[in-house]
Design a protein around this ligand. Structure first.
Ligand SMILES: *Cc1c(COP(=O)(O)O)cnc(C)c1O
Length: 430
């Protein structure tokens, strides 16, 4: 099946989101079909032998499946990249991205406002393989100071979790490239190239938890790794060692090849066809959802900033935010759906919510809150939690597509309930 799109480069984001991955032709459906199939046929011995060398089409669905491939083409177009491998979760994508450029003895510099699972990989899993890391504040000066001769990768998130700080992607790219390293950006909060396209600012690798805004309805897990056009691997021994070297045999496709080889072929963190279908469908309305969610998030950030039962609000769309200037530089179409705020006594506030639900997810159509101190960030040592912008009073809210005035009313009545219960003693126990 050919999934070539007619003129992907000539089309805008919104058009690509609904068109890429769907071939035209008589008898073809208007949409991406689910190929619920594990293996693909060979007509001749030669066909099988050729496919096992080239992996050009399909043999076995751990390697490639037409539904997953259609999703990958759509993701590549929306991020402005050259190739994508879709995987079973965002966590699988981060692991694959790091392993694609690091091996034993290599080093990663990552910025501190990290998704908890990424910090876990860097602190607990990668050291088992001899890959070390330094986690630094989210500034070019701190990243520059942490670079070592063995640093192969700089890692940051477009919008930090949950402090809502913005990575200076252009500056990080320059620092990484000066040291012969690559820049990887977890662009989950950047909404698959809609709010931010890190590859256009110099990043080499972009990852996603497709579980969030891409799937968009809180119904599916997935992840992806997309590579850009230019990436210099001439100082990375993974690609230059050996005769012939990976760079010689695979050329400019070497990085994308290794990501598929590791993530899907070898480690088997493959995305299922059904999940790929759901995520491809989610992408079709991502820009509509994220536009609406960003507008509501800004509205709620302003509302909460003025509320006397709220002691602080972090949202990059607020002109008072210390990250507003970088947000204006790197984000377009909105400032994102996530805002963070501080309340004196979170327990009664959270228990009083009637519309907004408490659950550890992001990018759902429904507004979700979480108490990071006791959930998403609870395994981090206390100083690291505070460095990431998390206190016992922090609430993280991922805004959905509900009516903004319903959300305001719900927040207000819960904040009143929280105030009624708050005593200095209870607040201290949190
Ligand atoms: C959720 C998330 C991940 C991990 O993705 P999963 O799909 O849960 O494995 C990684 N990075 C960010 C920024 C996330 O929000």
């Amino acid at each position: 099946m050919s999934t070539d799109s007619p003129h992907p480069d000539a089309l805008s984001y919104d058009t690509q989101a609904v068109q890429v991955g769907i071939p035209r032709g008589n008898t073809l459906g208007v949409g991406i079909p689910i190929h619920q199939i594990a293996a693909f046929q060979f007509e001749t011995l030669q066909d099988g032998a050729t496919e096992f060398v080239t992996n050009a089409t399909y043999s076995y669905a751990r390697l490639q499946n037409p539904t997953v491939q259609a999703l990958e083409e759509r993701l590549t177009a929306l991020e402005g990249g050259t190739a994508t491998v879709a995987l079973s979760s965002g966590q699988a994508a981060t692991f694959t991205a790091i392993l694609s450029v690091c091996r034993a003895g290599d080093h990663v510099v990552a910025t501190s406002s990290l998704f908890g699972g990424s910090a876990g990989l860097l602190n607990n899993i990668l050291p088992l393989m001899g890959i070390t890391s330094t986690i630094v504040p989210n500034t070019p000066e701190a990243v520059q100071a942490a670079m070592q001769p063995g640093t192969r990768l700089v890692w940051a998130e477009t919008i930090g979790n949950p402090a809502a700080d913005i990575a200076d992607i252009g500056a990080y790219a320059r620092i990484a490239h000066e040291h012969g390293a690559l820049l990887g950006i977890d662009n989950t909060w950047g909404g698959v190239g809609f709010l931010c396209r890190p590859l256009t600012h110099g990043a080499d690798i972009v990852t996603h938890s497709l579980t969030k805004w891409a799937g968009g309805h809180g119904t599916v897990l997935g992840g992806s790794v997309t590579v850009g056009t230019h990436h210099d691997l001439s100082r990375n021994a993974i690609y230059t060692d050996g005769d012939p070297s990976l760079l010689t045999t695979r050329g400019p496709a070497a990085l994308a090849w290794r990501q598929r080889w590791f993530g899907a072929h070898q480690l088997g963190m493959t995305l299922s066809a059904h999940s790929a279908f759901l995520i491809a469908q989610g992408l079709e309305t991502l820009s509509l959802r994220l536009t609406r969610e960003s507008q509501t998030a800004l509205d709620l950030a302003q509302y909460l900033s003025a509320h006397d039962a709220v002691t602080g609000v972090a949202y990059p769309g607020l002109p008072a935010s210390p990250h507003h200037a970088l947000a204006q530089q790197y984000l377009h179409g909105g400032y994102g759906a996530v805002l963070t705020f501080e309340v004196p006594d979170p327990a009664p506030f959270l228990a009083a919510l009637r519309v907004i639900r408490m659950a550890p997810n992001l990018g759902d159509t429904r507004t979700l809150v979480v108490h990071p101190w006791t959930t998403t960030h609870s395994r981090m040592p206390e100083p690291a939690r505070r460095a990431a912008g998390v206190t016992p009073h922090t609430i993280r809210m991922s805004v959905g597509v509900e009516d903004a005035s319903d959300l305001k009313r719900d927040l207000d009545q819960a904040l009143q309930a929280g105030r009624a219960h708050a005593t200095p003693h209870e607040a201290a126990l949190i």
